[in-house]
Design a protein around this ligand. Sequence first.
Ligand SMILES: CC(C)(COP(=O)(O)OP(=O)(O)OC[C@H]1O[C@@H](n2cnc3c(N)ncnc32)[C@H](O)[C@@H]1OP(=O)(O)O)[C@@H](O)C(=O)NCCC(=O)NCCS
Length: 174
Amino acid sequence: MNEIILRPLHAGDEKAFMDGLELFSDMDGDWYSFIWELGIKFETHLQTLDDRFHGRNLAPGLVPDSMLYAFLNGKIIGRSSIRHDLNDYLRKVGGHIGYAVATPYRMKGIATEILKQSLIYCKDVLKLDRVLVTCDENNEGSIKTILKNGGEYQDKVLAKSETIYTNRYWINLK
Ligand SMILES: CC(C)(COP(=O)(O)OP(=O)(O)OC[C@H]1O[C@@H](n2cnc3c(N)ncnc32)[C@H](O)[C@@H]1OP(=O)(O)O)[C@@H](O)C(=O)NCCC(=O)NCCS
């Protein structure tokens, strides 16, 4: 497989982003973007991403974040949402990093590569010493992705419902 490039969106990425929306259309919209809305201009979308990166105009309780997209041959096939800090919810359940891979591209090592590059970003850009990564206890693909990237199991918490536990792992970046 060719190289995966994980990076923020640029002004020239509108077509790739719109094609990605289609590719991710079988999944809940948040797995592709937390902020995209039909009809907004792409440049407005980029401005909102930049505001969130810098912590400008954040809704109450939100922390600054980076949304990075995984490009393969110019096509968006995955994404990583990286929270720069932890609030109470993220410390308990959400963690620093959440990633997704488009359905046709799964089981090819792409999430493993996305998390690897996300960790480099956390260390080099955000200057974090360690990150919390979480997933549902029954999400075998995500558990393996975390363990392959050095995740150390901490515990599991009941958060979303009475039945599905969230596993919590720390990854040391030093
Ligand atoms: C979970 C997810 C990110 C995995 O992406 P992926 O690109 O298929 O993962 P990888 O190919 O890097 O796989 C990592 C390991 O998990 C295994 N794996 C992946 N999906 C699996 C599944 N559904 N069941 C069992 N094992 C799985 C792979 O075989 C690989 O193990 P190996 O190295 O021993 O062969 C993807 O299924 C997804 O986007 N799911 C929806 C969103 C989500 O759950 N995100 C995670 C939130 S914490």
